[in-house]
Design a protein around this ligand. Structure first.
Ligand code: MN
Length: 240
């Protein structure tokens, strides 16, 4: 059995989500061969050298799971793209590039965070290209801690009144970009998060049945996609 989750937006200010996640690790995730976390795992990440006790605690919980045999794979989201190798070593997980092709249940599947699919948000895509090139990443990682904290606060306050991003605040994926990426990688299934619009969309690409599975964000409830002998099934669960 394989589990996929995304957009937990873990932060100290939401102990309900962290508690639900720790419970998820101790129960369902223990039965899984692999756990995939497709980005925005943390609400904010300013560098592996600036981990809070809260973030070390999450790393330790992941490490306990990987020590009992569940492989853990992590992809960057737009909130935690500075997450790096040191965190992954500590947490016992493997960092995946975005997009990532993988065989799941005998099928080639494409995994993405999903932000790169929202091409109509031109300003965001410009910012993404700027921030995610290797030189910017190097500079960001080497800024003094105080500056990074200030930047993170600025980004957060700009994300509309400190409240959690609702699906309606996030630009949705562009259908043409979805089709282009799926054709380029030759996949019939794409799994991504980011948009906070959990669903399975059945589509036709070049006359072939294809599907796009959108993982839900953890806010009012938790979401997980389970892949087993019954196929691909996403369900929600209460956080408490
Ligand atoms: Mn995101």
């Amino acid at each position: 059995m394989i589990l996929l989750i995304s957009d937990l937006h873990l932060e100290e200010e939401r102990p309900d989500i962290s508690r639900a996640f720790l419970h998820f690790l101790d129960t369902r995730a223990r039965q899984a061969e692999a756990l995939y976390i497709l980005g925005d795992f943390f609400e904010v990440w300013i560098g592996d050298d600036a981990m809070s006790p809260f973030q070390h605690g999450i790393a330790a919980a992941l490490r306990r799971l990987s020590d009992v045999g569940t492989r853990i794979y992590l992809m960057h989201g737009n909130r935690d793209f500075l997450l790096g190798k040191a965190f992954c070593r500590e947490a016992g997980c493997t960092l995946l590039s975005d997009p990532h092709e993988v065989q799941l249940a005998g099928e080639k599947v494409l995994l993405m965070h999903g932000d790169s699919l929202c091409t109509l948000d031109v300003g965001y895509q410009k910012m993404r290209r700027l921030l995610r090139n290797p030189l910017s990443l190097f500079i960001l990682r080497n800024l003094p801690l105080g500056t990074r904290h200030k930047l993170a606060r600025k980004l957060r306050s700009e994300s509309r009144s400190q409240t959690r991003m609702k699906a309606s605040d996030i630009v949705d994926v562009t259908p043409g970009e979805v089709q282009r990426v799926m054709t380029q990688h030759g996949v019939k299934t794409l799994i991504h998060g980011h948009t906070h619009r959990p669903a399975t969309h059945d589509m036709q690409i070049d006359g072939q049945p294809t599907r796009r599975i959108v993982l839900g964000d953890w806010d009012k409830q938790g979401w997980a996609l389970q892949i087993d002998e019954n196929g691909f099934n996403q369900s929600a669960f209460a956080l408490d």
